[in-house]
Design a protein around this ligand. Structure first.
Ligand SMILES: Cc1cc2nc3c(=O)[nH]c(=O)nc-3n(C[C@H](O)[C@H](O)[C@H](O)COP(=O)(O)OP(=O)(O)OC[C@H]3O[C@@H](n4cnc5c(N)ncnc54)[C@H](O)[C@@H]3O)c2cc1C
Length: 499
């Protein structure tokens, strides 16, 4: 298979330079370990991917991967602060918070400020029995709006069934007055209501229930973004790793032996075999299961095969001018419906450096997950971009004006060579089953350790990548550390603080 057989003694070999790999490498070095990173692709960051329309400073950009951080994700926020990025933190205006943004309803797009009556009428029309209090229907209308905007098709249909079955009956028992919003009391603080009355979650089907925390987080007011781009998190971490970060080093085989891990790097006749003392693998299981794996126990092979992934597709458009601002849309997002589902607008120019006029603006025209993401993701790039522009044009006809579109970029993560699936999902599993899968995914095999969002209790978030990295660092250090002395001891207490 290979002509070369080398071994890196006393070094932890980290596979993957996404957030999990970089955090782990950085923290391992701070504990006194020698580290190298093997990254298969030609770029750092994995699913953190800031796309810049142009190489010049101030070029408009869009996040084609992770775009916001919930402020309660304290591990991620720790690195934002630690890496000197606090001055770049800005509120992230999410779906259903910009009054002039648009919302797909049964009668077409309406502005959020005009939406309540329409949403309430839509929910009433979908119910068999219509004897509920007005405020109970208001709840149904806004929960449906949130779920329609964020969730894939099966969960959207499931919610309609839950509302009709017993969710509204449960809500009917609750005093909703403290949670009603607006002069007409025709809106509701869905987040506050679920927090105050967790029992009503029993009315949601199992799949929706296990996705509900994510849905509520994605639409909560407690989100931030980085004005300089999320990729700065990655760049600054990589800048602090002293060991080598080798790009273009695809690991294609892992063989666990009693005293080393044998890696196959590359494909075909050029593949090289190398032994490594300790390895931390952060490759998503959607790709790990395609590798040749030796020395794994049965349970590990099973969980590597079983972890479920949800595809996500994002399509960004570079336009001549931020035409949405003329409609009063100042950031936030529209629930566009149709094939494109969600459209995110950049914050107004407060962040743009002087001279940014003329560089245009970047819009995240479409963000889809699940089957919606597959539909767009499986199209060839040109066709995908055409479909998205046509649909966007129905909501914002300005985009169809000659010369308005300067460029389009997209990422179909479900199809992506270095992700192969999107993000881990544990929908339909209860808390105990989720924890069991996390534990099995993270469990080492001899000297081979695992991290990545799929090994965490916060899958599909940066927080999960960081959590799993810190867990793996602690486990590696416990087994192979040089002892808690000197700089190592200081770093160990910092590591506890980060965790
Ligand atoms: C569309 C989308 C939107 C998201 N939005 C958010 C958000 O708003 N907020 C948030 O917190 N999180 C979000 N996430 C989730 C977040 O991006 C991920 O959870 C996190 O970045 C995963 O980090 P990781 O290190 O586990 O994996 P990755 O970032 O995937 O890193 C794995 C690395 O391994 C490399 N690799 C793969 N195979 C090999 C191989 N064979 N050999 C060597 N290297 C290999 C890959 O190239 C990659 O660099 C989003 C994800 C997606 C896809």
């Amino acid at each position: 298979m290979s002509k070369h057989r080398t071994r890196t003694r006393g070094t932890v070999t980290v596979i993957g330079a996404g957030m999990a790999g970089l955090v782990a490498a950085y923290e391992l070095e701070r504990l006194g370990h020698r580290v190298e990173i093997l990254e298969g692709s030609r770029r750092l960051g994995g699913r953190i991917r800031t796309h810049r329309f142009g190489a010049h400073e101030g070029a408009p950009f869009v996040e084609l991967g992770a775009m916001r951080v919930p402020t309660h994700h304290h591990r991620t926020m720790h690195y934002v602060e630690h890496l000197g990025l606090l001055d770049q933190v800005r509120p992230f205006t999410t779906l259903l918070s910009e009054e002039n943004a648009l919302l797909a309803t049964s009668t077409g797009h309406v502005r959020l400020r005009d939406a309540p009556r329409r949403l309430i009428a839509d929910v009433r029309a979908s119910l068999h029995r219509d004897a509920y209090r007005e405020e109970t229907v208001v709840f149904g209308a806004w929960l449906a709006a949130v779920v329609d905007a964020v969730a894939p098709p099966a969960l959207r249909t499931g919610l309609r069934a839950d509302l009709a079955r017993n969710l509204l009956d449960l809500v009917e028992q609750v005093d909703l007055t403290p949670h009603l919003l607006g002069d007409g009391k025709d809106r509701i603080d869905v987040h506050g209501l679920f927090a105050a009355h967790p029992g009503i979650r029993a009315g949601c089907g199992t799949r929706l229930n296990s996705f509900l925390d994510d849905i509520l987080t994605e639409t909560s007011p407690g989100l931030i973004r980085l004005a300089c781009g999320m990729d700065q998190l990655v760049q600054r971490l990589a800048g602090r790793v002293r060991g080598p970060i080798w790009l273009g080093q695809e690991v294609t085989g892992l063989d666990v032996a009693p005293d080393e891990v044998r890696l196959r790097v590359g494909r075909g006749p050029l593949a090289a075999l190398r032994g490594a003392d300790v390895v931390l693998c952060t490759v998503p299981f959607s790709l790990l299961r395609r590798m040749s794996l030796g020395g794994f126990d049965e349970d590990k092979l099973t969980v590597v095969r079983e972890v479920d992934y949800c595809p996500a597709t994002k399509v960004a458009v570079h336009v001549r001018e931020p035409f949405w601002e003329r409609e009063g849309i100042r950031g936030g997002a529209s629930f566009s419906g149709g094939l494109i589902r969600q459209t995110y607008y950049p914050a107004p120019a407060e962040d743009a450096p002087s001279g940014a006029e003329g560089r245009g603006a970047a819009l995240l025209a479409s963000y889809t997950i699940g089957e919606d993401a597959d539909l767009l993701g499986r199209l060839p790039d040109r066709q995908r971009h055409r479909v998205v522009l046509d649909e966007l044009g129905r909501m914002h006809p300005q985009v169809l004006r000659r010369g308005m579109v300067r460029g389009v970029a997209s990422m179909a993560w479900g199809e992506h060579e270095w992700t192969g699936g999107g993000c881990t999902i544990r929908w339909g599993q209860d808390a105990a089953a989720c924890e069991e899968e996390r534990r099995r995914a993270a469990r080492p095999q001899g000297r081979l350790f695992f991290a990545g969002e799929h090994c965490s209790s916060e899958p599909a978030w940066i927080e999960g990548a960081v959590e799993s990295a810190l867990e793996a660092v602690r486990a590696i250090d416990r087994r192979f550390g040089a002892g808690a002395v000197g700089a190592g001891r200081v770093a160990r207490s910092r590591l506890e603080a980060a965790a």
